[in-house]
Design a binder for this molecule. Structure first.
Ligand code: SF4
Length: 183
């Protein structure tokens, strides 16, 4: 029998088929957002998700062929034009199936704009670490992940930045991916 961890490991390997220098997004970049992380934030909505949680609020973001292919350089220019933001949050879709593109953008906003970087992911920290490669490199560039799939039976509207009780808000050490705290 294939266990849940193996299923997740197979899914995270199903990376989006995106040309070098591009990212597949599901909608316009937001700014001045106050609900997808702390402070005033830009939010990048990625396209493609292999997890398919029952009760997902964004099923239109699952398809690997839909959304829009955008040049990473154009994303950077748009982000740099936003004033007064304290950070960027990657939402999905599943950002970790486009880890190289997301890491390039994360490194840009940290180094060039001085922002912190958060990402939502339906995978757990443990699965991303076990996967290694580009997914782990992206995680190591983040301040915070909100990890784990959305589980409808565990939905809790009182949670901060999370949809269900199994999900965790993990503060990470930049450069190592070490978990500093769990909420
Ligand atoms: S991981 Fe996120 S985008 Fe993917 S199915 Fe689950 S809730 Fe939806």
């Amino acid at each position: 029998m294939v266990d849940k961890l193996e299923v997740s490991l197979e899914k995270i390997k199903k990376t989006a088929d995106v040309p070098e220098g591009y990212i597949r997004v599901s909608g316009p970049i937001e700014h001045d957002n106050i609900v997808n992380g702390e402070g005033l934030r830009a939010v990048l909505w990625t396209q493609s998700c292999p997890i398919h949680c029952f009760g997902c609020q964004n099923p239109e973001t699952w398809d690997y062929t839909k959304g829009t292919l955008v040049k990473i350089e154009d994303i950077k220019k748009e982000l740099a034009s936003f004033k007064g933001q304290s950070g960027l949050t990657f939402c999905g879709g599943e950002p970790f199936v486009q880890p190289k593109a997301c890491k390039e953008i994360a490194d840009f906003v940290r180094k060039e704009l001085g922002w912190n970087v958060w990402s939502f992911t339906g995978f757990t920290h443990e699965i991303i670490k076990k996967t290694g490669g580009d997914a782990w490199e992206f995680l190591k560039s983040l301040d915070v992940i909100i990890d784990g799939p959305f589980v409808l039976e565990q939905r809790d509207l009182s949670l901060r930045f999370r949809g269900s009780r199994n999900q965790r808000l993990l503060r990470l050490e930049i450069g190592t991916g070490k978990i500093l705290s769990i909420e």
